[in-house]
Design a protein. Structure first.
Length: 393
């Protein structure tokens, strides 16, 4: 039950804006007319799960991790989470936040979702160590890691996704104003995919190596998606674990690799992402097929062969974004992947895959993990609650 124009009630001129939002919203949700602009499309905020995990990935992502300030107590955190839940509920529907300083910027939802995650420190501060999921904390150390503190960990995660980066910029600003008294920004990571409308909806994304990335990935309508992704323990019931890894991709080194070498490093072709033993993207790979001289067509150390698990309960739901930031002096690129995965239990599902890739994966030659964090993504809430309320019960 969002108050239409609630964020601007009171002032005369702004009340007119409220009426404009009301008609926008009516148009956007009306049965007789579907939204004519991409910017009008809204994703419901309230529900059993937070929306930013299963929605078809939007074009842009901003992840903000915060550190809680010293002395911030449980009641302060409840107040902050209530406020930012309200901000997110409004802004995702194209309704300005309460006390929105630029209300006109809050009117283009563009499929925005805002998803909250908790680090171990926040969980322990609210409900004590007993409430900590066993998988919440730093991942084990991996040999391939060259982690930089500036991209790791955090107490509170705000994940913004939308098809319009302007929509995200405004939402980030609003929510950070409302977390300012309790938390400091620790890191911000921004990523992108193709813009909405550039490709047919449902096209698997490509990463900056040019690979089709995301082909084999449990989807929300798969029968086992619920078991793979939604947690069923206590306050986390209906939530999930999130792993975010910043993985640098050495584009200059990749440039020196020929096309067959590039395809073998993953086990799939570059044209359409088909396995090297197939024709179409979703063809089942044949790991037993041999070349005329007796080598496996899909190298056994290829990324696909190593990432694949025979234990179907160990799969993860990936939702990655590319990053392409300003290069360091003397370089011409600073690019990579914001690898993001959701799974009911990060230790049971993500860690075994990462361990196999750490041991051996041809792709490691061109990729280096430089950031890493795990967050507990609490379940969704209804209109009378707030994100994270189950932790406060
Ligand atoms: C598959 C790229 C990191 C797990 C793939 C595929 C590509 C790819 C091109 C094949 C298409 C597909 O099914 O998506 C990359 C790149 C990475 C990276 C460029 C780093 C920059 C990771 C990490 C993990 C991971 C860190 C998990 C620890 C998987 C899984 C699959 C996969 C589970 C599907 C394997 C299967 O066929 O069953 N990746 N990946 N990837 N990747 Fe990655």
């Amino acid at each position: 039950r969002l108050l239409i124009g609630g964020g601007v009630a009171g002032a005369g001129g702004l009340a007119a804006l409220g009426a404009d939002y009301a008609s926008r919203r009516a148009r956007a949700s009306g049965t007789d007319e579907s939204p004519s602009l991409n910017g009008e499309v809204r994703i419901p905020f309230y529900g059993a799960h937070q929306s930013g995990i299963t929605v078809e990935p939007q074009a842009h992502a901003t992840y903000v991790a915060l550190n809680l300030k010293k002395g911030v107590a449980k009641k302060d955190l409840a107040r902050m989470l209530k406020t930012i839940t309200d901000d997110a509920a409004r802004l995702t529907q194209g309704v300005p936040a309460l006390a929105d300083s630029e209300p006109e910027l809050g009117t283009v939802p563009a499929r925005m979702t805002v998803t909250f995650g908790f680090g171990p420190n926040l969980v322990a501060r609210v409900a004590g160590d007993a409430a900590l999921p066993e998988w919440l904390g730093s991942l084990p150390e991996f040999g391939i890691d060259q982690l930089e503190d500036r991209w790791c960990d955090g107490d509170l995660l705000l994940q913004f996704n939308a098809d319009d980066p302007f929509t995200i910029a405004h939402a980030v600003r609003m929510l950070l104003k409302d977390t300012r008294s309790s938390a400091d920004v620790r890191w911000v990571q921004r990523g992108f995919r193709r813009a909405q409308g550039s490709e047919k909806s449902g096209t698997t994304m490509r990463n900056l190596f040019g690979q089709v990335d995301g082909t084999v990935n449990p989807q929300p309508d798969d029968t086992d998606f619920k078991e793979l992704v939604w947690n069923r323990d206590g306050w986390m019931t209906g939530g999930t674990s999130m792993v975010i890894r910043r993985i640098a991709m050495n584009l200059d080194k990749w440039d020196r690799l020929d096309r067959p070498g590039r395809e073998q490093s993953v086990g799939r072709n570059l044209a359409n992402g088909a396995p090297l033993t197939g024709v179409n993207e979703h063809d089942e790979p044949d790991f037993t097929a041999l070349t005329p001289v007796g080598f496996p067509v899909i190298p056994e150390f290829s990324h696909m062969a190593r990432a694949r698990t025979p234990d179907r309960s160990q799969r993860i739901h990936r939702r990655a974004y590319n990053y392409d930031d300003a290069p360091e002096p003397g370089k011409i690129s600073n690019s990579g992947l914001l690898f993001v995965s959701y799974q009911a239990d990060a230790t049971a599902q993500f860690v075994p895959i990462q361990q196999r890739l750490d041991e051996l994966d041809l792709l490691n030659e061109w990729t280096t993990p430089i950031g890493s964090a795990v967050f507990a993504i609490p379940p969704g809430c209804d209109e009378n609650g707030f994100i994270g309320d189950t932790l406060f019960d």
